[in-house]
Design a protein around this ligand. Structure first.
Ligand SMILES: Cc1cc2nc3c(=O)[nH]c(=O)nc-3n(C[C@H](O)[C@H](O)[C@H](O)COP(=O)(O)OP(=O)(O)OC[C@H]3O[C@@H](n4cnc5c(N)ncnc54)[C@H](O)[C@@H]3O)c2cc1C
Length: 439
């Protein structure tokens, strides 16, 4: 208790999530020991590396407990690939340790800078959702510390209700102190990649359906300024040769501070030039090998790339719509192109039918679109609200990890098990996201 009293820092103003949209006033304390109990207080939230774009990791008016200092490995069984580590270990750290021993993350999002507890709390997905499902499918157990002093070991056989509520539970069920996951075996660490250019959304759907039969990883980048919907489809498998070299010693660059301070680099011209150059560079079909780090985490080579949007920040919009209504994405893409507001290449991929254990998982079968919008005030909000309406009408969902805008109606419609979930919320926990969608 005393230690926490010392650790609770003064109130300060900061950018709190990857989208740099909010300037929350929240107290911050850094967690030091995984065995610590949080102090008794209302309105607290534990956060990871704040790679969520919107406000699931923000707690305006409350206190956040930063778990990134909990970055120790607890055990690693190199024979079975089961690893237990503290909440703040990042997926990048985990992969770096595991790959030389012939193990890899069963699911990883598009950045390695997320913490393992952050990956659990948003039940993140990767380029292999069609064959692997979401992160939660590989969580074996974790320790959940509740405000009433309970320390719950949760798994598929112990405290199963808290297990299902905490995976995808947006950090609201308590403090996850450590997580144990099952890694997947890996024989060679290079990736055998193929890129195929396509010229319409319809072509993307055909390519996806074909490629998912032969390739473990599929993702595509679409030019959101093009009416036609041209893009590049990437499909990959782990290479059949090359051994288990460590692929994680990549150099990192930084976006200079003056860019973030007020000189955004994203405008219609820069987006147009970049997208055209990207599509040109990938024209024709290509086959090549690349490192795990380059394939899975292309954006991680530039630290703080979110600064390119300047001090007003940016929104990310990610929806998933069921396959039966996949054509609505054509309408969304046309609206985005007409608005001239989209940013650099946007991501289109499909999700398969492997079920997550989570009560609130965003992942479900269908097509998902993710893209950034520089914050241009009401104009941007209106566009995102329109996309949200189309998503809901199509029976789809918006991803909380990326969201800063969805309404409570949309949240309720997106997550049918919400009423069941609410029973497991820690009464002292809350977040800006939660207050917004429950208003
Ligand atoms: C470049 C980029 C690419 C991305 N690509 C993908 C992608 O492909 N797929 C995908 O699914 N997501 C993707 N994301 C989103 C990202 O994976 C998630 O937002 C992830 O949850 C962030 O983890 P974090 O450690 O930064 O946690 P934060 O953003 O800090 O927090 C996320 C949630 O976890 C909770 N939390 C964190 N630590 C704890 C703890 N110890 N105990 C209890 N709750 C906790 C927080 O309260 C919050 O609700 C991407 C993000 C970026 C920036």
């Amino acid at each position: 208790m005393e230690r926490f009293a010392r650790l609770v820092a003064a109130y300060f103003i900061m950018n709190d999530s990857w989208g740099n949209l909010s300037k929350a006033t929240q107290a911050q304390s850094n967690l030091v020991w995984r065995s610590d109990s949080l102090p008794a207080m209302q309105n607290k939230l534990v956060v990871g590396n704040r790679r969520s774009y919107g406000d699931v990791c923000v707690n305006d008016g409350g206190t956040i407990f930063d778990a990134t200092g909990l970055n120790k490995f607890i055990s690693f069984d190199k024979a079975t690939g089961v690893v237990r580590c503290e909440a703040g270990v990042t997926l990048w750290q985990l992969a770096k340790i595991a790959v030389p021993h012939g193990w890899f993350l069963p699911v990883t999002p598009g950045t390695g800078f997320v913490t393992i507890a952050g990956a659990v709390a948003n039940d993140v997905h990767g380029k292999n959702h069609h064959v692997a499902g979401s992160f939660g499918c590989y969580v074996k157990r974790f320790e959940l510390r509740r405000s009433n002093g309970e320390v719950l070991i949760c798994s598929e056989t112990e405290h199963t209700d808290f297990f299902a509520a905490t995976i995808g539970g947006l950090g609201l069920t308590g403090f996850i102190a450590w997580v144990e996951i099952a890694l997947k075996p890996l024989h060679h660490s290079l990736m055998a990649v193929e890129s195929v250019s396509y010229s319409s959304y319809k072509e993307f759907l055909t390519l996806s359906a074909e490629s998912e039969k032969t390739h473990e990883y599929c993702v595509s980048w679409i030019d959101c300024l093009s009416d036609a919907g041209q893009g590049v489809f990437f499909r990959a498998n782990h290479a059949q040769e090359g051994g288990l070299g460590n692929n994680f010693n990549t150099s990192k660059r930084r976006v200079p501070a003056f860019v973030g301070a007020g000189f955004p680099l994203v405008n219609r011209l820069s987006v147009k030039l970049f997208n055209a150059a990207y599509i040109r560079a990938h024209s024709g079909d290509k086959q090549y090998t690349e490192t795990i780090a380059k394939f899975f985490y292309p954006l991680d080579s530039v630290l703080n790339w979110n600064r390119i949007y300047g001090r007003k920040g940016f929104y990310q919009f990610q929806c998933v719509v069921p396959f039966e209504s996949a054509e609505v994405l054509s309408e969304m893409l046309a609206r985005i192109a007409a608005s001239n507001q989209g940013s650099f290449l946007s991501v289109l991929k499909t999700m398969g039918s492997i079920k997550s254990p989570a009560l609130l998982s965003f992942c479900r079968p269908g097509v998902t679109l993710a893209l950034d919008f520089p914050n241009r005030g009401d104009k941007t909000k209106q566009l995102i609200a329109t996309l949200e309406k189309i998503t809901v009408a199509a029976g789809g969902a918006i991803y909380p990890a990326k969201d800063a805008m969805m309404s409570s109606e949309t949240f309720e419609k997106s997550f049918p098990k919400l009423t069941e979930f609410v029973k497991f919320i820690d009464p002292e926990f809350s977040s800006s996201f939660w207050r917004r969608v429950r208003a």
